[in-house]
Design a binder for this molecule. Sequence first.
Ligand code: GDR
Length: 345
Amino acid sequence: MAKKKALITGILGQDGAYLAKLLLERGYDVHGAARPSASWNDWRLRELGIAERVTIEAFDLLDYENIRRLVDRVRPQEVYNFAAQSLVGSSFEQPLYTADADAMGVLRLLEVCRSVNPAIRFYQASSSEMFGGVSAVAFNESAPFHPRSPYAVAKVFAHHATVNYREAYGLHASAGILFNHESPLRGRQFVTRKITSTLAEIKAGANVTLRLGNLAAKRDWGFAGDFVEAIHQMICAERADDYVIATGRTRSVRDFVGAASAALGFDLDWCGSGIAETARERRSGRVIVEIAEEFFRPVEVETQLGDAGKARRALHWAPSVEFETLVMMMARADYDRVMSGRALM
Ligand code: GDR
């Protein structure tokens, strides 16, 4: 039997890499799409040992004809869309680009699927950011959206477009409303990996300080490797649908700093408050964490908590990695990278 062919946009990112690995293990022919570049940075694919097994194709979410030619040539049965401007903070600086890539880009992809082969199964990376953080209860699929950043506004458009193509044209188009998902392959611009990579550098003797914004923000942090499993199950399900994917537990950025410090053997002493708050290493008195205005956002999503009950019931999905294990995994990976002289990407 011919291998199933999947096209993963955003193949060079965390989720693209983990999903590529999972699909290869399940016998797929995996094609990845990435923004045109003279040299693709495929460090994640290399860390997972799959760089040679994935075909990378140049692709631009802003260019309809480019997407159409790519899908027409590759002829995938499944398209997973992870490509996006995915930094919530940066979206306040680049709202137009974010809307073009994260909202209109998805519409372009959906139009291409509909015209090239409406039998393509399509996955859209929707985001828990669409809910905002205005409720203390866990968000499920029927919670109202209250986007609080240009990124979230664009994701709401893309989410509705995905549902609309399912309803209007019968596309097998699913949207996973994923809460934060992290791993040793997370980009350093996101707070979790920024924390583990900077603390690992400090542990190894570097003269740097961990500079952070809002320590009180709470997120429902899961392991990206678990979350791509849910994504594949959505694509394999007989009926396309929307699913919240989350762990059901929430922790603050401060909790994350505490867990990562413990994992690396720092004993932190917090003092001061607001912008003047710092954390010093108790033994040496050295400042490890400082607060910096530049990392606060114009509007913040304070608390996120997801209810993945529907995915548990319909897809038999459950997360397997606990918060403490996740932090430990990320801290150790960064410390190993630093100690073996590998560049932190
Ligand atoms: P988020 O992830 O915005 O939740 O979106 P991020 O890790 O950027 O921020 C989480 C929380 O930490 C606070 N914070 C900081 N954030 C960053 N990046 N850098 C800092 O120095 C810092 N200090 C505090 C933030 O204010 C925020 O409250 C992620 C992305 O992956 C999205 O693409 C995805 O859709 C959602 O998760 C689900």
